[in-house]
Write a protein of this length. Structure first.
Lengths: 877, 219
């Protein structure tokens, strides 16, 4: 399910008129699920974190038990997406004599390791903040890190691979031991083992409160803080909410000026009270009136805040900035009928904005306190609201301290789902009390969430649309495939469809199998097919001709296969390709930007893993009767030089060699691989290609297949991969395949204007001079070498598939120069529009204009040569 | 080894011998006298810093403190001084009184004589922002990990139990709930708390200074 900017631009008005019905959230009493029954515990002020790599792993903390000299405080954990919970005592006393925990906040890093900010209280009832990080295992006692401030610690970790500040830990806190309280940020490159402190914003003449953090995918970090600007009468005071930005991984917070930028043009009125609510003390509402989040894809910033407006009620508002905080637009979330407070905000991977808050209703015999969740699918312009739970807590046994709500409640988003925790009425206890209540809400009902399976492992074991995808092999058994005939092949819901390598000299047919988990209303789903050079990291481009087809789901349909989409491999292109599909089902289920055009999954953005509307099939199986060398392109699709770590798995003896035609020649080493081995290709520059040569033999048995799986691993997890195979064929069948390849290569060489002499010039890295050989197997092996040599020759002269990558790279270089920053928005527009060009001529014209504006002196007669020249420019500027 | 370290080490050696009697019907009959005296003489209730607690009671009285809060690592005067300077004057009075010869009677005098020097300081009290005079003894003043069950076993049920919530006026941090288990007419209070590791875990002990001093000095 995904969004696109175009989709929003076109359909905003329609959505305002007819917002999608919000599916009911699933709620679970965490304490009950975990078997906790301690009545003296407050069970309030919870915080939640969801593992970005495995959203089934969720952690929650609340006031659920204290540490002691030999006792750890608990973290509740779920391993099944919040269905059930267990109590893990892993938060040790941070220093002798400290009681607690008091305030607490948790976050996961990009590798699923938990980080926590905790507050301990000494005998003088003075508070001390500490950061914790994961110990030896996820459930082991956490390691206590640095001690820093004295109140209200929060924590966020930059968990975007590819971010310049990835793994930086930010912990905002409020300094309360001075007259004018002040907001601070701790920054750590060691997950809290050591920290550096920066006091930010201004606390004169007005003191600060309410300090929260958010990190954008581009590494910019943001803090919101409040200035208290005098009483507004009763429980309210005049305030302003400011956002500051760090452009240097937390070293400074002046990216928006020293004070930052106020998110509203006028002063607001917010709570400052210890007795929020009606009919008794129920909450402290003084540092709990703002929260900040970023769109994990676009980087837009959202601030939810409290303001008493003309309705005379305190209301929840959301401010959005798509200018990295320099300007803001504001919309109201609530309906102007009840006092509301305690907002938290999060943004899904698809741009849906979720806001959790509490209001109260005094119209009945007892005041009802209501936990709400509102969401907006149009960047905050309109909202659909649901009440998660109503309660009258006046008789609850564990409310004796009179403070039900405070600075912390929890809301997070991963993929298509929101995950929250609030202080609510217990579910399933004999005597109702306060408990932490977990809720999960998917953006769309399952009947409207269309997806393409990333994997099928066997009966009952297949992708059900979970985001991110849960199988590390999400590239060889997916539901997108190619056929050489106008038929999808045998289809079995418990098996992956059967892929055929594209025929480079004939018409091919692309297919996708589209699923939804429950039947629903009729819907039209568009499927858009793409291909890329075979291997890893090569940028996708749409298949030739008409790459789109529409699939009409009737109300009862849950799985359909697309009609065949015919396509041909361009005459100059290798037939060794990866296939991909993107589906969209407006209005609620478009793809998440960016689309795959001009992109490739990799460490910076898994793309396919995180979006169930995308799938890829990176698999090539070739006939053989003996030993072959198969070749795969390893391309760096990122904007920085990177090492590429490959985990190679085989059941057959295998030799691996890396061929680097455009790098300084070094001795090539063959690496024998027996079962599994990691090979690192060092320092690939943006756009650089190397070839992985996999030499192995077809199995002895006719029809058997030898497979080699190559997975790209970054930070311990698979971010992409492909499978190469040799299927034992008869001599007759291999001869037929060779005849087809002969035709195809003649066609390709002719279309490319290439000669054998040109290909053999240079170092002959692919061994063409060895010749074709005499046997059918030797001929087939030669064709693999020839294919790689032609592709390498072509790529060394430029690659139209890399145009968008070069544009994005250029854009980053422009953005890094303060004088040129005004250009960035225009460049972003050009880049966003480029995938929609339909002809080579239009593509060249747009790219040439882009290059003229940004890279003086760079030119090229066609897309490939222009890209080649542009990349050379970017490498040196 | 510095002189201070030497004294500290000696004090640690002396403490086990100098501590109040171990409770238990067979080995140690219940101490004579009122409940406060009983409590002050039960070894299970107190820690290695007990001698300093006993030694300091008279000085707290001299410094004008009516109550002291005994935390595991700190003895805190209950006077809420508005400024650090005011509290410093109170601390000076306390220090001067503590330097005077040991008083007390009988076993208490022996305990007091074994006291090692503690650290006197003025500290900010987080709950109300006031400044307090504090004494950090060499070890915990009351028994580490003391449970309410042990208290009740030795002293019986409390006379009354009251609950109060201390809302920090400055911060929004988790409210501190203190449950007072009151003995000896209010002269001795065992406090449990929602911040403690367990519901029956003694978080702090509060002593009325005049009553405690009278008990310590009684023959």
């Amino acid at each position: 399910m995904m969004r696109s900017n175009v989709f929003f631009a076109v359909l905003c008005a329609a959505l305002v008129a007819a917002p999608l019905a919000a599916p009911a959230a699933t709620t679970v009493d965490i304490a009950v699920s975990a078997g906790d029954s301690t009545a003296f515990i407050d069970y309030s002020e919870p915080s939640i974190a969801v593992n970005p790599f495995n959203p089934n792993q969720i952690a929650v903390v609340a006031f659920a038990g204290n540490w002691g000299p030999s006792t750890n405080a608990p973290v509740w954990k779920s391993d099944n997406g919040g269905t059930s919970w267990r109590r893990v005592a892993q938060l040790p006393q941070p220093a002798a004599g400290l009681s607690g925990p008091s305030d607490q906040k948790i976050a996961f890093d990009r590798n699923g390791k938990l980080v926590a900010a905790m507050l301990g209280v000494d005998s003088m009832i003075n508070a001390h903040d500490f950061l914790y990080r994961q110990g030896a295992t996820p459930d082991a006692t956490m390691l206590v890190g640095a001690q820093y401030g004295d109140d209200q610690p929060h924590v966020e970790v930059d968990h975007t691979p590819g971010s310049p500040c990835v793994d930086t830990t930010y912990s905002p806190w409020l300094q309360t031991n001075i007259t004018n309280f002040r907001s601070h940020a701790e920054t750590s490159g060691t997950f809290g083992a050591a920290v550096a402190d920066v006091a930010f914003g201004v606390n004169a003449p007005f003191p600060n409160r309410t300090t929260r953090a958010a990190v954008a995918p581009n590494g910019k970090a943001y803090m919101v803080y409040k200035t208290r600007e005098g009483s507004a009468g009763g429980s309210f005071e005049n305030v302003n909410y400011h956002v500051v930005r760090s452009d240097d991984c937390g070293a400074t917070w002046t990216g928006l000026g020293t004070a930052g930028v106020a998110v509203t043009s006028s002063t607001q009125q917010s709570y400052f009270t210890l007795s929020w609510g009606s009919g008794g003390t129920t909450g402290k509402a003084r540092s709990s009136d703002a929260w900040i989040a970023t769109d994990p894809v676009s980087g837009d910033i959202y601030v939810a805040f409290v303001n008493k407006d003309a309705s005379t009620f305190a209301q929840i508002f959301v401010a959005r900035s798509n200018t990295q905080g320099s300007s803001w637009t504001v919309n109201r979330v609530t309906d102007g009928t009840h006092n509301s407070a305690y907002p938290e905000i999060s943004v899904s991977h698809h741009g849906t904005v979720g806001v959790m808050y509490v209001d109260y209703d005094t119209s009945g015999p007892a005041t009802q306190y209501r936990n709400h969740f509102s969401r907006s699918i149009n960047q905050g312009m309109t909202w659909s609201d649901q009440t998660l739970q109503s309660m009258d807590p006046s008789g609850f046994p564990n409310t004796q301290n009179g403070f039900i709500w405070g600075d912390y409640q929890g809301l997070a988003s991963i993929g298509t789902s929101f995950y929250g925790v609030f202080t609510g009425a217990s579910i399933g206890r004999v005597t109702t009390q306060l408990d932490p209540i977990f809720f999960k809400e998917v953006e769309l009902p399952t009947s409207a969430d269309f997806y393409v399976r990333d994997w099928t492992a066997g009966p009952g074991s297949f992708d059900t649309g979970v985001e991110p995808s849960t199988n590390s092999d999400f590239f060889s058994t997916s539901d997108v495939w190619n056929r050489r005939e106008n038929a999808p092949g045998a289809l079995d819901p418990n098996a992956p469809p059967i892929q055929e390598n594209p025929d480079p000299a004939a018409t091919n047919f692309a297919y996708a199998r589209i699923s939804r988990n429950t039947s629903g209303t009729a819907a039209s789903v568009n499927a858009h097919f793409l291909y890329a050079d075979y291997g890893l990291g090569s940028n996708f481009v749409p298949i030739s001709g008409s790459p789109d087809t529409m699939v009409a789901f009737a109300a009862g349909d849950t799985q359909l296969v697309t009609t065949p989409v015919s396509w041909i491999v361009p005459a100059t292109h290798s037939g060794h390709v990866c296939m991909a599909v993107e589906i969209s089902a407006p209005p609620g289920d478009p793809i998440a930007p960016p689309d795959l055009t001009g992109n490739a999954p990799g460490p910076a953005d898994p793309l396919v893993l995180g979006d169930n509307n995308k799938a890829q099939r990176n698999m090539g199986i070739y006939p053989a009767t003996g030993e072959h060398s198969l070749y795969a392109v390893i391309h760096n699709p990122e904007l920085t030089t990177q090492d590429v770590a490959l985990r190679i798995t085989t059941q057959y003896p295998l030799n691996v060699r890396v061929v680097a035609p455009d790098a300084p020649r070094t001795a090539l080493q063959q690496v024998p691989v027996k079962a599994s081995q990691t090979l690192t290709l060092p320092a690939l520059r943006p756009g650089e290609n190397r070839w992985l040569e996999l030499t192995f033999s077809a199995p002895p048995k006719l029809g058997a297949t030898a497979l080699v799986t190559v997975a790209q691993v970054a930070n311990g997890r698979v971010v992409n991969g492909f499978v190469s195979g040799l299927r034992t064929a008869s001599d007759t069948d291999l001869a037929k395949a060779n005849e087809r390849d002969t035709v195809a290569f003649k066609r390709r060489l002719a279309a490319s204007g290439l000669t054998p002499a040109a290909l053999e010039s240079g170092g002959d890295p692919f061994g063409l001079r060895k010749g074709m050989g005499k046997t059918q197997n030797e001929r087939a092996a030669f064709f693999h070498r020839l294919d790689a040599a032609i592709t390498a020759y072509q790529k060394q002269r430029g690659d139209p598939a890399d145009v968008l990558q070069m544009m994005r790279w250029q854009r980053e270089k422009v953005a890094a120069q303060p004088k040129l920053r005004p250009l960035v928005r225009r460049l972003d527009q050009v880049i966003a529009a480029y995938p929609r060009v339909r002809t080579q001529a239009e593509a060249y014209a747009r790219y040439a204009a882009f290059v003229r504006a940004t890279a003086p002196g760079v030119s090229g007669a066609d897309l490939a040569s222009l890209e080649h020249a542009h990349r050379a420019y970017l490498l040196t500027h | 080894m510095t002189r201070v370290q030497a004294i500290g080490a000696l004090g640690a050696l002396l403490v086990p011998a100098m501590c109040p009697r171990r409770a238990g019907a067979q080995q140690t009959p219940a101490p004579r006298g009122g409940l406060l005296r009983t409590a002050l003489l039960h070894r299970e209730l107190w820690g290695a810093g007990y001698p300093q607690l006993v030694r300091s009671v008279g000085a707290w009285q001299a410094a004008g403190e009516q109550r002291i809060i005994v935390a595991p690592d700190l003895i805190i005067g209950a006077n809420p001084y508005k400024s650090e300077a005011e509290a410093a004057r109170g601390a000076a009075q306390f220090r001067a009184a503590l330097a005077k010869p040991v008083t007390g009677a009988g076993e208490f005098r022996t305990f007091a004589a074994a006291a090692t020097p503690g650290t006197i300081a003025v500290r900010r009290y987080g709950l109300d922002g006031s400044y307090r005079v504090t004494l950090a003894p060499a070890g915990p003043a009351f028994a580490p990990g003391l449970r309410l069950g042990v208290v009740e076993k030795l002293l019986g049920k409390p006379e009354r139990v009251t609950v109060e919530t201390k809302a920090d006026e400055n911060s929004e941090r988790r409210a501190l709930t203190l449950t007072d288990h009151v003995y000896a007419g209010g002269a001795l209070v065992y406090q449990t708390s929602n911040y403690a590791p367990a519901p029956d875990w003694v978080f702090r002990v509060v002593l009325q200074v005049p009553a405690t001093l009278r008990t310590l000095e009684a023959q």
